[in-house]
Design a protein around this ligand. Structure first.
Ligand code: LMR
Length: 332
């Protein structure tokens, strides 16, 4: 089977004129946390996606302003706003894809794990609502620590009797986006043509970009270059946290990554063949219960999880370190 990652990042990302004669299925996407941080640019970019007919913006408060603003854009999606828990049912009802972005950024010196206390409970209650009101939706988890929030979501869905491992995703696309950008910059190739699988998890050393499988291939990357590229990809989030100096973490590039992944989910749901993206999913390709790797997306979510393929010595070493540390740190 084909396991080529999509060469271009998103065919539907940039709004094109949308002809009313083009028939596309109705698709509803909900953002849980739409008013701040990642949520606002995510709402903007999703509004431009012609695959979406209904865009549901939910947050604790402040959704009216964001929704009014974004709703004036002349693209297909109808925007609806919901605020407060009592409106969660309507916000979720009939959703094909539910995206859970972060609301609380980490500060310099914090790791993603430091967000566990704040986010674990919120994820639990949002997923309890998803299990009740849209149990068939594909869930795109962005909220950190993804290595932990995805297993939490799985447990909530299992308890509710709605768990379908094909429909729960940790969004790791920002790691792929970063790996592509940094590789293209180093190798001096057109970034739009670059593909780099990123496997493992969504924090620190659990992020393993497989530069030995990058395309276009480069013969003049030294081991040190690969180490530096790997480190920069792993530390990408921290690079932004430090540059923002207490004002937050990545929101713009994360929103971009979120729409690339949501677009892939929608294409899969719509029956477009051979949609392959890296994602943190339930997996049996290693002995870890959840693992990011290439996955083919279809009408019901994950159709196939691809193995790691050939790894360089360096990548094999890190794959072993990753597994060992994931177990001892209980990251997964
Ligand atoms: C990122 O990768 O930028 C996000 O996960 C945010 C963070 O805290 O690093």
């Amino acid at each position: 089977s084909r396991a080529a990652l999509r060469p271009c990042t998103s065919r539907h990302l940039v709004g094109r004129s949308y002809s009313s004669t083009e028939s596309r299925p109705e698709r509803k996407v909900a953002i849980l946390g739409a008013a701040v941080g990642i949520g606002q640019p995510l709402a903007l970019l999703l509004k431009l996606n012609p695959l979406i007919s209904s865009l549901s913006l939910y947050d604790k408060a402040n959704t009216p302003g964001v929704a009014a603003d974004v709703s004036h854009i002349n693209s297909r999606a109808q925007v609806a706003r919901y605020a407060g828990e009592e409106q969660l049912v309507e916000a979720l009802d009939g959703s094909d894809v539910v995206i859970i972005p972060a609301r609380f950024p980490r500060k310099p010196g914090m790791t993603r794990d430091d967000l566990f206390k704040i986010n674990a409970g919120i994820v639990k209650s949002l997923c309890t609502a998803i299990a009740k009101y849209c149990p068939n939706a594909l869930v795109n988890m962005i909220r950190n620590p993804v290595n932990s929030t995805v297993p939490i979501a799985a447990e909530v869905f299992k308890k509710a009797g709605t768990f379908d491992e094909r429909k729960l995703f940790g969004v790791t696309t920002l790691d792929v986006v970063r790996a592509k950008t940094f590789y293209a910059g180093k190798v001096k190739v057109l970034v739009a043509e670059v593909n780099v699988p990123v496997v493992g998890g969504r924090a620190g050393i659990t992020i393993l970009p497989i530069f030995s499988q990058a395309s276009p291939k480069s013969s003049n990357l030294s081991d040190d270059d690969i180490k530096a590229l790997t480190k920069r990809t792993r530390d990408g989030g921290t690079e932004v946290v430090e540059a923002k100096a207490g004002m937050g973490s990545a929101t713009l590039s994360m929103a971009y990554a979120g729409v690339v992944f949501a677009d892939a989910c929608l294409e899969g749901v719509n029956g477009v063949p051979d949609i392959v993206e890296c994602s943190f999913v339930q997996s049996s390709i290693t002995d870890l219960p959840f693992f990011a790797s290439k996955a083919r997306l279809g009408k019901n979510g994950v159709e196939e999880v691809f193995g790691l393929g050939p790894l360089s010595d360096y990548e094999q070493h890190y794959n072993r370190v990753l597994k060992a540390s994931s177990r001892s740190l209980k990251l997964l």
